[in-house]
Design a protein. Structure first.
Length: 416
């Protein structure tokens, strides 16, 4: 089987995902995606007529984020019309899945050059959301709801914390660490290799650094924040009085009257806008075009878990991808587990008995934000940059996704 190589990885800064406040929120989503596609081309002198496909991840594919952003953004970036494009949705896991599919196409010999990535402008999707129709993973399908009740994600996070005995102090402490590490990474320029500035159509600068982090965060400041998802727990989701909490309690009756709400804005992932792109090629293509691979894709996998708790698949996904690679947790130098909620990362560390100094070394989504469809690709680039900075060899990236899923990928830094 052929090898799939990562040639380069770029991302935008993550802008606050709120219209009127975020520095990217006024832009069209295709423009943000086109920015990273243009950067991956220009940095690698890429002949876009030789790009076999653009595989793109976008979770909320409606309105300006619909209409196959992969193809439209490639055209917006000035790619040759021969470069095809497709857009997919695996919720939060989309940005890992695009890279995994790119690798599969190349390893099978069907393609030689694929640009993978994703984009999500949460400022846009928030502005188009219907407050009378709260987002439901089952989309109101009562038959599916009876089979697999799927609640609001933050309620799931609190349910997991309660079931696992993970208290607020633990989730807050991890949030503080995330902020501290993100600040250190930014101060030391650890993201500079991948982050590219975003410009407005008139050429003026829109944003050149992540704007979501709150570097002054402390345990004391977090203790002053009220938990959020207790307000959702009793919110009705149908005309029969079913609530988000009822949906979880139906499968986990031990939570009824015993739920401990521990998550709030400070220990949950930030709402941001962002995009990322990764160039994946075969060895033959890289040699022919004078490109130097930075990493090899070792293994990828997908894993499903309980849709009702929704956020628990990263641990079995990590175990699965390690088994596919013939590796153990000790072989991995850098772990990136998306901090959708603090409990996700905390449970991941505890269950796999990981060295905390190897996990989210440069902070995570609690500090930097989580642009849904782009985050997986961002984390792959972050892992690669950190492997090169620290001299490590292997990185593992995974994240929870709605529906109770998690993709995972292992990369190997070359010249390690």
């Amino acid at each position: 089987m052929a090898e799939a190589y990562i040639i380069d990885a770029v991302r935008t800064p993550r802008g606050i995902g709120k219209v009127g406040k975020g520095s990217l929120a006024h832009l069209h989503p295709q423009h943000l995606a086109a920015t990273v596609l243009g950067a991956i081309r220009d940095r690698n002198n890429l002949d876009t007529a030789t790009v076999d496909d653009v595989i793109w991840g976008t979770s909320s594919q409606r309105g300006a984020q619909g209409a196959d952003m992969g193809r439209m953004a490639a055209l917006d970036a000035g790619y040759d019309v021969k470069a095809s494009g497709v857009t997919l949705d695996r919720f939060c896991g989309s940005g890992i899945t695009t890279v995994s599919l790119a690798a599969a196409q190349i390893m099978s010999g069907m393609e030689d050059c694929v640009v993978a990535g994703g984009c999500e402008m949460m400022s846009y999707t928030a502005s188009t959301a219907d407050p009378k129709n709260p987002p439901m993973m089952d989309a109101g399908n009562t038959h599916l709801r009876e089979m697999h009740p799927q609640s609001q994600q933050g309620c799931c996070a609190d349910a997991i914390a309660t079931l696992e005995g993970i208290d607020r102090e633990a989730v807050d402490q991890l949030a503080v660490v995330s902020q501290e590490r993100a600040k250190k990474a930014m101060d030391e320029g650890r993201f500079d290799k991948s982050v590219i500035p975003v410009y407005n159509r008139d050429g003026s600068l829109a944003l050149d650094k992540d704007e979501f982090p709150r570097p002054g965060t402390t345990m004391e400041s977090l203790s002053n924040l009220k938990t959020v998802f207790n307000m959702f727990w009793d919110v009705p989701v149908d005309d029969k009085g079913l609530t988000y909490g009822n949906m979880i309690e139906k499968k986990y009756p031990q939570l009824k009257g015993n739920i401990q709400h521990v998550h709030h804005a400070g220990n949950s992932s930030g709402v941001v806008d962002g995009a990322a792109a990764i160039l994946v090629t075969s060895k033959e293509y890289a040699d022919k075009h004078g490109l130097k691979p930075r990493a090899r894709i070792v293994a990828t996998c997908n894993m499903g878990d309980d849709p009702t708790l929704m956020l628990n698949a990263p641990v079995p996904a990590a175990k699965k991808v390690l088994e596919k690679a013939g590796m153990t947790t000790d072989d991995i130098d850098v772990y990136e587990i998306n901090e959708a909620f603090s409990v996700v990362a905390e449970k991941f560390i505890r269950d796999l008995k990981l060295d905390r100094e190897k996990v989210n070394i440069n902070g995570g989504a609690m500090a930097l934000g989580h642009p849904i469809g782009a985050t997986g690709s961002i984390l792959i680039g972050t892992a690669l940059d950190e492997l090169e900075r620290s001299g490590g060899k292997y990185g593992l990236v995974t994240m929870c996704a709605a529906g109770g899923m998690a993709p995972a990928i292992i990369i190997e830094r070359l010249d390690a």
